[in-house]
Design a protein. Sequence first.
Length: 259
Amino acid sequence: MHRERIKIDLLIHDLKVPLAVVETGLTSLLQRREKYGLLTEKQEKVLARAQRNTKVIRSLVNDILELGRSREGIVGLKSLKFSDLIEQALIEIFDLVDRNTSERIRICTDLPELRQTLEKKGLILLIEEALWCQEVYLDEAKIRQILRNLLNNALKYRKSRVELEVNKKDVHLVFSVKDDGEGIPSIYHKKIFESYFQMDVTDSYTVRGHGLGLAGVMILVEDMGGKLFLESDEGKGAKFLVKLPLTKNNYSDLLRRSS
Ligand SMILES: Nc1ncnc2c1ncn2[C@@H]1O[C@H](COP(=O)(O)OP(=O)(O)O)[C@@H](O)[C@H]1O
Ligand SMILES: [Mg+2]
């Protein structure tokens, strides 16, 4: 790995310790009133907001480190259920923008209940019950990061509706995230995956982020041997599709169950 890159990754890695201290402190103040004293409603609000934002920083730090690991070809396969993977990604997303919904997702006990909760927010979850309950070997950190980025974009740019669909097609796993927003003109379809690219602000589009998310998603998908597709046209919404290979080594469980 390039020496400069290692230095930057080390710096980012070292942010974890002070960050953990801040997070633990905030959690203690919020949860251990008998030791640290009572809080007024306003103090509690401020602390809870600070706590949520330290969580965001923690997940961003982990994302950057995961991208570094990915560039080195490290894939960390772990046995997990689709339901846990998707629920976790959704909780991370809603924790920041809509605490009530993230709490509701946390207490959902089955797929129909989760679907109902999400539908109220204009998010449609399309996955078969059998796949939802299936256990699979996947790189959880990478897939969560991919889903979080695609879903956050879709929720940001939609008019009213977002669809998350998960399917198994032959020897591939396919995730797609579709929205009904302004869409992306075809001249930008390649550029959009380049770092720091955002669509021209002189168009009707305004700058609303950093232009790093999709570039990262592309790296993660490719490092897992997958492909990322974009189907979109101006005014017609956008659909991002992630196709990951189910090979004998990393997805043996899923293959065995389906055969
Ligand atoms: N679902 C979408 N609909 C319309 N435009 C999108 C969508 N997703 C991404 N874009 C465009 O692609 C650009 C790059 O996205 P991204 O890499 O996630 O960066 P960021 O979210 O930081 O702007 C965005 O600034 C936006 O212009
Ligand atoms: Mg983004």
